[in-house]
Each structure stands twice: as C-alpha cells, then as structure tokens.
Design a protein around this ligand. Structure first.
Ligand SMILES: Cc1ncc(COP(=O)(O)O)c(C=O)c1O
Length: 396
C-alpha cells in the first residue's frame, strides 16, 4: 500500500528554510555587559565597530548602520533626490519598490536575465524615458547583476544608481567586494541574512558628502545645532544590534564557506533531475549563497506551446506542499513579482508583457532550507524529499 503524503513523518522535526547562526553566548554576554555599563546604548561604540569592520572588509570609505535595509533604501532615495521614474526588476523583495512609493517615485519594471536572474541591462536601457532619474539593480540570492553593463548605461544616461545589495554582504564582482559600486549600496542584516544584526541594514558609499547626509538622515535629519534641516527617519541601530552584527560579520567568511559546501552537496544530489535548474553564478562573481533556489520546469506549457507562469506556479506550489507534508519548509521566492503585488496595482498595466523572464522565474523558483550551521544529514533529507516530490510531479 502506498503511503499518504506526510505519513510516517510525524516523528521528524520541522526543517525550517532559514535559521540564523548567532555568535556564541559567552561572546555576546561580554558584549552586552559592556553595553549595559555605557550610557550610550544606540549608535555608540559597537555600531561604530561594525561600520569600521564593514568599511575594511568591503574596501569602502563609509558604512552607515541603520535599522533595516528598507529604511536604508528609503533614506538613499531621498538623499539622492530621486524623482519621476526609477527602474527596477520585479523579481526582488518588495522593499526595492516600496522605497520608491514612499518618495512618490514611479516604479518602472525592467526584465531580468535568464539563469542569473538579475537585472537585464538591455531591458533596463529600453525602459529609460525622459522622466527616469535612477536605477535600482538587485543582488539576487547573493549573485551580483552585470555591474559593468549597468554602470555604463547609467553613466551614459546620467542616472543615479542605488544597489539593493540586501543579500550580498560578502559577494564579489571581478575580485572586488560589493559595497563600493554606484552612488550607494544598501545591505540587509535581517534574521534571514548570512550576517545578521537580528534586525538591521547598512548603507555603503565612497561619497563623503552623501555619507554625512545619510548619517544625519538616519537620525531624523538632525543638524549639529539640533535643527531638523533634512527629511530623515528614526532609523538608528542600537548597540545590542550592532554587537550581534559585528560578531556575525567577523564570522562571515566561515559562514559563506560552510554554505558553499552545503550548496555543493545540493548540486550533487539534485542537478541530474530533468527540468530542475539552479541559479547560474557567473565566473566573474562570487556569491554569499544567501539562498539556494531551484527553478522547476514541469508540465507548464500553455496553449501557445510556451511556458505559462500560471501553470508553472501550480507545479511549484505542488512541490512546495509535498515538501511541507514531510515537514520541510520551502519558499516560493521571489513570489509574487512586484508588479503583481497589490501595493503596485497602479503600475501593473505598464508592466504588462514587458517582464516575461521575471514572471516565469517567480513562478518556478523554490528556495530550499539553507543555513550556515546546517547538518549534512539535513541536506540529504531535503535532497531525498525533493527527488521523491519531483518524481511524483512528473508522473502526474
Ligand atoms: C532584495 C532585498 N531587498 C530588501 C530586503 C529588505 O531587507 P530588510 O528586512 O532588512 O528591510 C530584503 C530582505 O529580505 C531583500 O532580500
């Protein structure tokens, strides 16, 4: 008799999709004790140590710690005076577009490159209009976009470049760490990132004037004399968050190495499956392996003989559910694409038919459990379950 989905798995623990790897408690206890003994418990010694460590690692003049990547993006858009229209990929986390909506800037969606899933430079250039003032390229799962091509277009067309590098702290492009590209880069240190402040973000730039503006804007927009002369936010980082961030950044190389090894195991266990693809990591880049995402090409052809995102999404959902039934958490990611989220409804019509690669990637993408201290046996458990789920899906 065949087993019903999930049967026999009651005893297995839930395998979460992400788990933060936190510093050991003795280190944190000493840090927290030092913080408690100092009256300055926000934007003090530890936040500055975190910023200095990031500046050194990323070889960038300024790192500014903030409360989240989203607040960092909002500050960047304001500080750089972005108006009119800004171009971004829809295959990203919503924050890349939310920061534009907060500033009254129209998000204009450009497509992504197949395989790599980052902003397609040709599509970006086609989307430029006389109202365009900025572009927000995104590092996807740790893989940087084609920086050369994007910066060349931006320079020629006089556009501001704000990189959403939320998932790219530790990624490199042609041997250089991300962090010093464009006008500003914005990183996340939320709990799902390889290095985390529990919650937090970082702005990085080589522009001295922009850096001092951003430092004031994270603190309401306060001038030295106490006047508020800039439109800022309350987006500081506390010392407790700074301490956790500092320790996880110090452990970043080991975390990335551990993830690379785990991902290699996933490749070995799954790359022979027909219709299952991993993200391409171009030779001139390295990734943080923030996520390992499968792209599932199953029975998804539409009447026109081309892959249909609605059918593709149904395939991915069934695999997601089959894994959930055996207590393995996965995430359709990034789903939904931004132009299909309600908050962007006013801009959906303009996006129609212009972002087919992003729509299909969003329908097919399924992120698997991955964390820096994950056991090989847990990776093997996921591999076995994916193989079973995929075999079931193909025999439907
Ligand atoms: C691409 C991207 N941008 C922005 C964010 C938002 O980061 P935060 O939660 O720190 O605001 C994330 C978080 O997952 C992300 O993946």
């Amino acid at each position: 008799m065949s087993q019903a989905p999930g049967e026999g798995h009651e005893a297995l623990p839930l395998l979460p999709i992400v788990q933060p790897t936190l510093p050991d408690w003795e280190t944190l206890a000493a840090d927290f004790k030092a913080i408690a003994a100092d009256p300055k418990i926000t934007v003090g010694k530890y936040v500055r140590l975190l910023e200095a460590e990031v500046e050194r690692r990323l070889d960038v003049r300024h790192a500014i710690a903030v409360s989240s990547c989203t607040s960092g993006l909002m500050l960047a858009v304001r500080a750089l005076g972005v108006t009119g229209e800004a171009i971004l990929p829809p295959f990203t986390w919503s924050s890349t577009g939310l920061c534009l909506l907060w500033a009254g800037v129209e998000p204009v969606f450009a497509d992504i490159e197949p395989g790599r899933y980052t902003l397609d430079p040709a599509s970006f250039e086609r989307a430029i209009t006389p109202r365009t003032t900025a572009v927000l390229p995104v590092t996807i799962f740790g893989v940087p976009p084609d920086l050369d091509a994007i910066e060349d277009i931006a320079r020629r067309r006089g556009l501001t470049v704000i990189y959403d590098t939320a998932q790219g702290l530790g990624s490199t492009w042609r041997g250089r760490p991300l962090g010093g590209f464009g006008h500003v880069e914005v990183f996340s240190m939320s709990p799902t990132k390889v290095a985390t402040s529990v919650e937090g973000g970082l702005l990085t730039t080589n522009d001295d004037a922009l850096a001092s503006k951003l430092r004031r804007m994270r603190d309401y927009g306060k001038a030295d004399d106490g006047d508020i002369d800039l439109l800022g936010l309350s987006a500081r980082q506390s010392e407790l968050h700074g301490a956790v961030g500092l320790r996880t950044v110090q452990a970043l190389d080991a975390a990335i190495d551990a993830r690379a090894r785990l991902v290699a195991r996933y490749y070995e266990g799954l790359s022979d499956l027909p219709g299952v693809a991993f993200q391409t990591v171009p030779k001139d880049t390295t990734t943080t392996w923030n996520y390992v995402t499968l792209f599932l090409a199953g029975d998804d052809l539409g009447k026109d003989g081309k892959p249909d995102p609605v059918r593709a999404g149904a395939v991915t959902s069934r695999v997601h559910d089959a894994l959930e039934a055996v207590k393995i958490q996965t995430k359709r990611y990034f789903y939904r694409p931004l132009h299909q989220q309600t908050v962007y409804a006013a801009f959906a019509e303009r996006a129609r038919g212009t972002v087919p690669v992003a729509e299909l990637a969003s329908a097919r993408g399924l992120a698997l459990p991955l964390y820096s201290h994950m056991a090989d046996s847990d990776v093997d458990r996921v591999i076995d379950a994916v193989r079973t789920a995929w075999a079931q899906e193909r025999s439907r």
